[in-house]
Write a new protein. Structure first.
Length: 689
């Protein structure tokens, strides 16, 4: 049993004025601080009785038997009888006090306790260097330092003195050689399986490499504590196991020449969370200011957090990666390959001005176990090549797995650098998953005026189930040229209750695109689009497109909402346009290729605010159903233009209103084949019903 196990009152010891204590009372305070706090109001005799009482209790609790018990009991009974005899007969308390002071100073009291309990007294030193040079330590001693380098540097710790073994490695971090006792070492004690990095010699000054200390800490303790306000420099990556990292709002600065962990031949990992473990990291700031030409960072893809745990929680873990050199770095922030991950209440900044670019931000890749990911209250600022979020499957995976990711109340900011276009959010599968489902709720997305975003994309070469849902999200896309919002292949993408603002566009945006894609399913519902130029919607082979209950505001006159199919991959597709508000009429541009099967368009119960012509351009094998739409125009003309083959337009007059929203009576839609009627084959018809 150790005196440490009963709970030393560290705060009272640290605040006590040691200099006023005589030797015996100082001895008791060092070894038995829990016995009495007010040392000025108690006599030596009373203190000694309390010590004896406690030691008798120790003997009872530990069930010490045989000769050891008898010797210990007799020794202290004799000592107490000696004191009682002097008090009862000689009445010379001063002499007794002097005797106890002498025994405390000489170490005699310590030896008595140590000899029979096989535990030396607690010896206190100012720092580790003083401990290493001590002359009064024996095997089994317990020592305490008031700091690692200096008193009160937050490195105060307890050490066990023991015999050195053949396997001991003296690292001067948690194991020290004793200068005057070559057969003994001082070993940092593991108390409650937690450690403060300063107790192992970490400086946290931003210039001294603390990598080795942090790695030894995570290898030997469950809970690792950083110190508030300090800055810990890392030259090499760290491999975590079952750890709790308490950052206390400290900062980790990554060296510009940092060497990552290379695990199983994979990329260089700066923080590697080991297989099948549970890791919690919170209240920590991580920074990299890369201003040098680091060919290692350029030539190898780095990952800040490589996650292969069963459970990973990152909370209030903020990153600031700023690469301003010519060649830049390629660094992904989080790469989760399996298990459960939660990342919340954090700010992530990842910038590069280079031609190489910086990697993605949040990557989820199915490896050998399903993934359940939750991202909450993140603010992400990213300049670089790859996606903000990417959910996909690895070629290394051989099992059919599930990936579910939820993004809630997150803010995404994307800026252009050397890369001026790219995909923001993606789902991708290569035949190795059962399902990939991602949900974005109450999120905000911003891109600057030179970045051309492909906002969301679902792609695959398999028939596994993939779904991407954006709900109650706002998009401010400042681009002034081309932009593509949704692309789908073998994936369902749902946009619901969202707002899209593109005030600077000088080209039509592509709202939906399936180019060369198959089996896409896109549904846009209850959303608002404020666009400077026109909007183009495309569909694909066996595709399904629903656009319902939306409002489309196009602010430049002469630009429209266009339904368009670009190639042969449009057949067997179905398009529903229902209950929308359009600031102008729409244009239908079905495929000009010869199709085998019909493309179906259902345009129902929409409101068109201006325009008087519904042009149907260069089409083949399409059927268009116009039903009960409302037009704010004097008249409506339906036109077939260009090369038209086997196109059918079925029109149910609907309601025509004037610009004051009054219903115009006595008017009906006027059918016309336009200026290229000679190229409209006999099978093409406009039917009113």
């Amino acid at each position: 049993m150790s005196f440490l196990s009963i709970g030393i009152r560290m705060e009272e010891i640290m605040n006590f004025n040691f200099k006023k204590l005589p030797p015996f009372k100082w001895f008791v305070l060092q070894n038995f601080p829990f016995i009495e706090a007010d040392f000025d109001s108690i006599t030596y005799y009373q203190l000694l009785c309390k010590v004896v009482e406690y030691l008798n209790k120790v003997i009872d609790e530990n069930n010490v038997i045989g000769e050891q018990t008898e010797n210990l009991t007799n020794a202290f009974n004799e000592l107490q009888d000696y004191v009682n005899h002097y008090f009862d007969n000689l009445d010379i308390q001063e002499e007794i006090n002097n005797k106890l002071d002498e025994m405390a100073e000489s170490g005699q009291l310590t030896d008595i306790i140590a000899q029979y309990l096989q535990l030396a007294g607690l010896l206190v030193f100012e720092n580790v260097e003083q401990l290493k040079n001590a002359t009064n330590l024996t095997n089994g001693s317990i020592a305490k330092t008031m700091g690692f380098y200096n008193m009160e540097d937050n490195g105060s710790a307890y050490y066990k003195i023991r015999t050195i073994t053949n396997t001991d490695i003296i690292n001067n971090i948690n194991l020290f050689a004793l200068t005057n006792e070559p057969t003994l070492v001082a070993e940092l004690m593991n108390i409650n399986d937690e450690i403060i990095l300063e107790q192992m010699g970490a400086k946290g000054d931003g210039t001294t490499d603390d990598s080795e200390i942090l790695q030894i800490a995570v290898d030997n303790y469950k809970t690792i504590k950083f110190t508030n306000g300090k800055n810990y420099l890392l030259e090499t990556g760290i491999e975590f196991k079952n750890n709790i990292i308490e950052g206390n709002n400290a900062t980790i600065t990554l060296s510009q020449n940092i060497i990552g962990r290379n695990i199983l031949g994979h990329q260089n990992f700066i923080f590697y969370f080991d297989n099948n473990t549970d890791v919690i990291m919170r209240n920590l700031n991580i920074e990299l200011e890369n201003t040098v030409n680091n060919t290692r960072l350029v030539s190898n893809e780095y990952v800040l957090f490589e996650d292969r745990t069963n459970n990973l929680i990152l909370e209030n873990v903020n990153t600031n990666i700023n690469a301003t050199n010519t060649d830049g770095i390629e660094l992904d922030i989080l790469w989760t390959r399996k298990g459960n991950v939660t990342y919340k209440n954090s700010t992530i900044k990842s910038f590069s001005n280079s031609s190489t670019g910086i990697g993605g931000v949040l990557w989820l890749t199915l490896y050998d176990k399903s993934i359940n990911a939750n991202f909450e209250n993140l603010e992400i600022h990213h300049k670089g090549r790859d996606e903000l979020t990417a959910c996909w499957t690895s070629n290394e995976s051989t099992n059919l797995l599930d990936l579910i990711a939820n993004f809630t109340n997150c803010k995404f900011y994307k800026y252009s650098g050397a890369f001026t276009q790219g995909l923001l959010f993606s789902n991708y599968d290569n035949n190795t998953s059962k399902s990939i489902i991602t949900n974005y709720n109450n999120c905000y997305v911003y891109t600057d005026n030179t970045f051309m975003p492909n906002v969301m994309g679902g792609d695959s070469s398999s028939n596994s189930y993939k779904q991407m849902v954006f709900n109650n999200c706002k998009f401010d896309l400042m681009i002034n040229t081309y932009s593509q919002i949704i692309a789908s292949q073998f994936c369902q993408i749902i946009v619901r209750n969202c707002e899209f603002n593109l005030p600077n566009t000088m080209q039509d945006i592509v709202l939906t695109r399936y180019s060369n894609a198959k089996n896409g399913d896109i549904r846009i519902q209850n959303s608002i689009f404020n666009v400077n130029y026109g909007i183009v919607c495309c569909n694909g082979l066996n595709g399904f497109l629903e656009i319902s209950n939306n409002r489309f505001n196009i602010y430049t006159t002469g630009h429209y909402f266009t339904l368009q199919n670009a190639n042969v991959y449009t057949e067997n597709s179905v398009v529903y346009i229902k209950n929308n508000y359009f600031s102008d009429v729409i244009i239908i541009n079905p495929s000009s290729d010869i199709l085998t099967n019909f493309v179906l368009y259902y345009i129902e119960m929409n409101l068109f605010a201006r325009g008087n012509t519904l042009p149907i351009n260069a089409s083949s094998k399409c059927k268009l159903y116009f039903n009960k739409n409302t037009f704010l125009a004097d008249y409506i003309t339906i036109k077939f233009n260009g090369l038209v083959y086997d196109a059918y337009c079925y029109y149910n007059g609907g309601i025509i209103r004037d610009t004051d929203n009054n219903i115009i009576t006595g008017r009906s839609a006027i059918a016309s084949h336009g200026g290229h009627g000679t190229n409209v084959n006999s099978n093409s018809q406009i039917v009113f019903y």
